[in-house]
Design a protein around this ligand. Structure first.
Ligand SMILES: Cc1cc2nc3c(=O)[nH]c(=O)nc-3n(C[C@H](O)[C@H](O)[C@H](O)COP(=O)(O)OP(=O)(O)OC[C@H]3O[C@@H](n4cnc5c(N)ncnc54)[C@H](O)[C@@H]3O)c2cc1C
Length: 446
């Protein structure tokens, strides 16, 4: 029997609260226990922190989820090579704290410190630096993959590159990533200085971001899309850079778990009225706070400390839409989006932008353009709004972030992603038995 902490079958819920299934969660505590667990089960779903908005780490139907959380060691920091090797269950919070304590920085950080490094590789995540340094995969020098039918394989950009490209952004479907070696940067300062620039609307926000996009800058915006008149998308662009002040490593990271959904706030607080009021107040507060300087780890994760926003959707949860719109189509796309939000009478609680670059590949969330994020409560109006946005995405050839989506089926995914067929064929060739499974895999039909 495998030496792992087995837990009884329980309800697992996606971070957005809308996909549920029952599964046992197994937590191997050693390499031997992991191998035994993978041998014992014909199929498993690999689970990191469970912070994907969809069920990417659970499958239901008797397939257990195998958690990476006990295999989370930081194995080596090589100062000369400026690399760090970690097990995939290590959180990005632990990774960047260790890097900072040793005078380094890791430049591709998703929104929350509880996300694991394995989860970042599996969705090839991005941070607020995408326009500058690209995706997570651009900073991996190599990774070790374990598949019960193929054994252990080391791959990277220069070694077995096809397997590497299938595994990063491969949604945990090619095998268990045991460890990864990541490239670090020298830490350019103990603090982050955040400047806020007022934006009149979504078009203005992108122009401001483009003016401030330079090497080393971190850029993102908060926009108010709860009003569909002339002020649609007014907001604040945040421009961040390192400055050499302050104590770098004092920050405490907050916890965030999908199981918390509905426990702290059972009923939804967000509706069209509260979204308007809160967004208006937030805008007044933020665009006046021109400049703030904070310890570098405080500035690392924009959502750390703001978890209440997600809890306020209550047990019913929410949906997020994240799409990369080609720059040339931006103004038209925003006008269409405004019409969709208005006509559907939908409640948009949050909107945000980032600048993106790169070519599409497989089912990766990568492309040249503007990354638009919209959140709304899980209700029929949000559903209808996002279905309309799917049509916009197809028309524009705009990739949608599968890590943030819990609705797209096979028909829509295969139309949205030019790399869909190539990914499905490569996965079929590598793992025909679907030893690694998930609700997400079944929903999008790969
Ligand atoms: C508040 C918040 C902010 C976010 N901000 C961003 C952002 O700015 N940018 C961005 O790109 N994403 C962002 N995300 C999405 C998040 O980065 C991804 O969904 C990530 O995959 C979640 O990782 P996890 O550790 O929670 O893993 P899970 O959600 O449990 O799993 C995610 C995927 O990783 C696979 N996986 C995990 N470990 C391994 C392993 N060892 N080997 C193989 N596969 C593995 C799983 O099978 C699954 O397919 C955000 C999510 C939240 C909740």
């Amino acid at each position: 029997m495998a030496d792992h902490a087995a837990r009884p079958v329980r309800a697992l819920v996606s971070f957005d609260g809308t996909e549920r299934c029952d599964a046992a969660v197994l937590e191997p505590r050693s390499r031997q226990a992991l191998e035994a667990t993978l041998r014992e089960h014909e199929q498993v779903a690999i689970r990191g922190s469970g912070l994907s908005y969809c069920q990417a780490g659970a499958a239901g139907g008797g397939v257990p989820s195998v958690s990476t959380k006990a295999l989370d060691r930081i194995l080596e920091l090589d100062r000369d090579a400026a690399t760090i090797t970690v097990e995939a269950g290590c959180t990005v919070g632990a990774l960047v704290r260790h890097a900072v304590e040793n005078g380094f920085w890791f430049p591709v950080l998703p929104g929350h410190p509880e996300i694991t490094v394995g989860g970042c590789a599996a969705f090839n995540t991005h941070g607020k630096t995408q326009h500058d340094v690209g995706q997570f995969s651009d900073h991996i020098t190599s990774l070790t993959l374990l598949h019960p039918d193929h054994g252990e394989t080391v791959c990277g950009p220069d070694e077995q590159p096809e397997l590497f490209q299938l595994t990063v952004g491969g949604m945990g479907l090619t095998g268990w990533i045991l460890d990864l070696t990541l490239r670090l940067q020298p830490l350019a300062g103990g603090s982050i200085r955040r400047r806020a620039h007022r934006a009149d609307d979504f078009v203005d926000a992108v122009e401001i971001m483009e003016r401030h996009a330079r090497p080393g800058s971190q850029l993102y915006s908060w926009n108010d899309a709860s009003r569909t008149g002339a002020t649609f998308g007014r907001g604040v662009v945040y421009e961040e850079c390192f400055v050499d002040e302050g104590d770098a490593a004092t920050t405490r990271f907050a916890s965030l778990r999908p199981e918390q959904r509905g426990r702290l706030v059972p009923f939804p607080v967000w509706n069209r009225l509260t979204a308007r009021v809160v967004n208006a107040a937030y805008f007044q507060l933020e665009h006046r706070r021109r400049e703030r300087t904070m310890p570098v780890l405080d500035g690392a994760f924009p959502i750390n400390g703001k978890e209440g926003y997600f809890h306020a959707f209550g047990r019913r949860g929410f949906h997020e839409y994240q799409v990369i719109v080609p720059r040339a189509d931006w103004a038209d796309a925003i006008e269409r989006t405004r019409g969709i939000v208005r006509d559907r009478g939908a409640c948009v609680t949050l909107a945000s932008l980032k600048l993106f670059r790169g070519d599409p590949h497989h089912l990766w969330f990568r492309g040249d353009g503007v990354c638009l994020t919209l959140d709304g409560p899980a209700d029929p109006r949000t559903h209808a709004m996002f279905a309309d946005l799917d049509e916009l995405a197809v028309d524009l050839g705009a990739p949608v972030n599968l890590a943030k989506d819990s609705r797209l089926g096979k028909a829509a995914a295969s139309r949205i992603f030019p790399g869909y067929d190539a990914f499905a064929a490569a996965l079929e060739a590598y793992d025909p038995a679907r030893r690694f499974d998930s609700e997400l895999r079944r929903r999008i039909g790969v």
